[in-house]
Ligand binder design. Structure first.
Ligand code: DGL
Length: 235
């Protein structure tokens, strides 16, 4: 089955890797839209225009399922995509707040690192409200420029100007870092690409990303789609 996966660049490959590990036999079309990176600083209208163009292209190429491997695009546009293309199942990537809250202690301090777009999305606050245990504290830290700096540093190599942009984008964590934090949700698919750098600011925390959850959901939808296809062939 052809599965389309997209993100504003290389970040979505962290999600793609998790899906491929579960479903190695399927065929994948990956769109890394680095031309429009960062999505986190786009208006809703811009983002809707961008994602619908990508979805159209993927459907034209035969994608039967589309994975939005980007927290920013998911939290802001997944409803819009499902309404615009009702015949294709969309799987989104949401910040793994549920997993972080479920697996942390009753009074845990949890941090969500995200793009500005995800940090201000109503869906993000809904996720926190729905999943937080009463005494847990979930702090949202927007990281402007970080996804773009990661994209740049990876595409240009370590010695490039991308690395200095990366360290200045990480400065925000110097003030926010703490060894009291129990879990850090990597709420942007670019962030797992610099897991070690982020871990330094939160030495005792578990770093959690949404890749595995997305892979499970894709697996479920592939199974469901195959069952539907077999049923209609039998008719
Ligand atoms: N990797 C994306 C995310 O998960 C987008 C980052 C960006 O382009 O701002 O949010």
């Amino acid at each position: 089955m052809k599965i389309g996966v997209f993100d504003s660049g290389m970040g979505g490959k962290t999600v793609l890797a998790a899906i491929q590990e579960k479903l190695p036999e399927e065929e994948y079309i990956y769109v890394g839209d680095s031309k429009n990176c960062p999505y986190g600083e786009k208006t809703l209208e811009e983002l809707q225009r961008i994602v619908s163009g990508i979805a159209e292209g993927l459907i034209r190429e035969g994608a039967k399922i589309i994975v939005v491997a980007c927290n920013t695009a998911t939290t802001q546009t997944i409803g819009f995509l499902r309404e615009t293309f009702p015949s294709v199942p969309f799987v989104g990537t949401e910040p793994a707040i549920k997993k972080a809250c479920d697996e942390s202690s009753e009074k845990a301090k949890i941090v969500l690192l995200a793009t500005e777009g995800t940090a201000r999305a109503p869906r993000t606050f809904q996720l926190i409200k729905n999943n937080k245990k009463p005494k847990q504290k979930v702090k949202v830290i927007p990281c402007p420029g970080l996804a773009k700096a990661i994209e740049k540093s990876l595409s240009k190599g370590e010695k490039s100007s991308g690395m200095s942009e990366l360290s200045s984008a990480l400065k925000i964590l110097e003030k926010q870092g703490s060894d009291e934090v129990e879990a850090v949700v990597l709420g942007c698919t670019h962030y797992p690409l610099i897991r070690e750098q982020i871990q330094r600011f939160f030495p005792k925390a578990r770093l959690i990303d949404g890749g595995e959850g997305v892979a499970k959901e894709v697996e479920r939808i592939v199974r469901e789609t195959r069952q539907k296809e077999t049923k209609s062939e039998e008719r």
